[in-house]
Design a protein around this ligand. Structure first.
Ligand SMILES: NC(=O)c1ccc[n+]([C@@H]2O[C@H](COP(=O)([O-])OP(=O)(O)OC[C@H]3O[C@@H](n4cnc5c(N)ncnc54)[C@H](O)[C@@H]3O)[C@@H](O)[C@H]2O)c1
Length: 317
């Protein structure tokens, strides 16, 4: 199958490209290298250095005629979306619309859109949160993800363009960068390797800090494979259901680092502490039962194993 992956030079997109190529698909990558890297590109995929907002996109679709579009390209930083909501919307909303307009005029059968279960539910009362919970996006980044899902539904109704939405939890693994939603895994690892102390931010009534649902990127890539044929017109949480406090995550990364990093400063066993930034969600975990039932997806890599794999990649990078 011919699949066009936007953001295929980025952390998650490049892992998805590898999975598609590995399954024998014909893959085209569109990425402007804003945060993506050439070294992440799969050599078997055809690469266009292009912006999803550009007119060039129509020519690429005309030349390549993809059957499925997998949309990972995005402005991914929540704080950056607060500082510059116009830029966030240009990439994450106008970029999506440019892509959908091109897609509906070509022979694209389906669009797989990447949303954020870690962001769009806001401070949810249902926890772990199901897809039925009404989105309460609290940042421009989350607002753009929520509105994008509505646009997908519009294009499906108006033009019969099929779609699946994957609402990721906090994704970590090889090639991750410190600025993304699970960037804290990369930050702790970089600090251990650079001999720099880390800070765990806590809340007044919770010294272990916020909770997040950390999902390994290999499991995420598998969900993208399944979504090629399943999950028509539906949004899916893709997460582990396990809520991990930042301090527990730190301890897990420290345990892996102690085994692998020679001369690790023993003082790092206990992190520094700081007060959480205003606006940080206190908790987030996703119920992924719908993905189990309808996509046949379940996470396979536990946190300890995933951290070891990620550290191994980071050390050998
Ligand atoms: N990392 C997470 O935990 C997480 C969680 C939920 C959702 N997501 C979503 O997953 C997707 C991938 O995120 P990531 O963590 O791999 O980040 P990333 O920054 O590594 O990937 C984004 C990619 O999009 C490209 N890009 C940015 N603007 C572009 C533009 N205008 N035109 C073309 N390409 C452009 C970047 O160069 C990069 O390669 C994003 O949609 C993000 O919102 C990530």
């Amino acid at each position: 199958m011919k699949i066009l992956v936007t953001g295929g030079a980025g952390f998650i997109g490049s892992n998805v490209v590898d999975a598609y190529v590995g399954a024998g698909h014909d893959v085209v990558v569109v990425d402007n290298l804003f945060s993506g890297k050439r070294e992440n590109l799969n050599p078997k995929a055809k690469f266009y250095e292009a912006d999803i907002r550009s007119k060039e996109l129509a020519d690429i679709f005309k030349a390549e005629r993809p059957e499925v579009v997998n949309h990972h390209a995005a402005q991914i930083s929540v704080p950056a979306s607060v500082t510059d909501p116009v830029f966030d919307a240009e990439v994450n909303v106008i970029g999506l619309l440019n892509l959908m307009e091109v897609a509906r005029r070509s022979e694209v059968r389906k669009v797989i859109f990447i949303s954020s279960g870690g962001a769009i539910y806001g401070e949810a009362e249902e926890y772990p949160t199901t897809e039925a919970y009404p989105p309460q996006p609290l940042s421009p980044y989350a607002i753009a993800k929520a509105v994008s899902e509505n646009y997908l539904s519009f294009y499906s109704r108006q033009y019969g363009l099929d779609y699946t939405v994957l609402r990721y939890a906090n994704v970590y693994g090889p090639r991750q960068i410190p600025h993304g939603e699970a960037g804290v895994v990369a930050i702790f690892m970089d600090n251990f390797l650079n001999g720099t102390p880390s800070t765990v931010y806590h809340f007044e009534d919770e010294p272990r800090g916020m909770t997040r649902d950390y999902c390994f990127v290999g499991d995420i890539a598998r969900a993208n494979l399944l979504a090629l044929e399943k999950g028509s017109g539906t949004a899916f949480n893709i997460g582990t259901t396990v809520a991990t406090h930042t301090l527990d995550l730190y301890n897990a990364v420290y345990a892996a680092a102690r085994e692998r990093i020679e001369g690790l400063n023993p003082e790092f066993e206990v992190p520094k502490t700081g007060v959480a930034r205003a606006g940080d969600l206190t908790k987030s975990a996703l119920n992924a039962q719908r993905a189990r039932d309808q996509l046949g997806w379940a996470p396979e890599v536990d946190l300890e194993t995933g951290i070891k794999k990620t550290l191994e990649w980071r050390i050998n990078k």
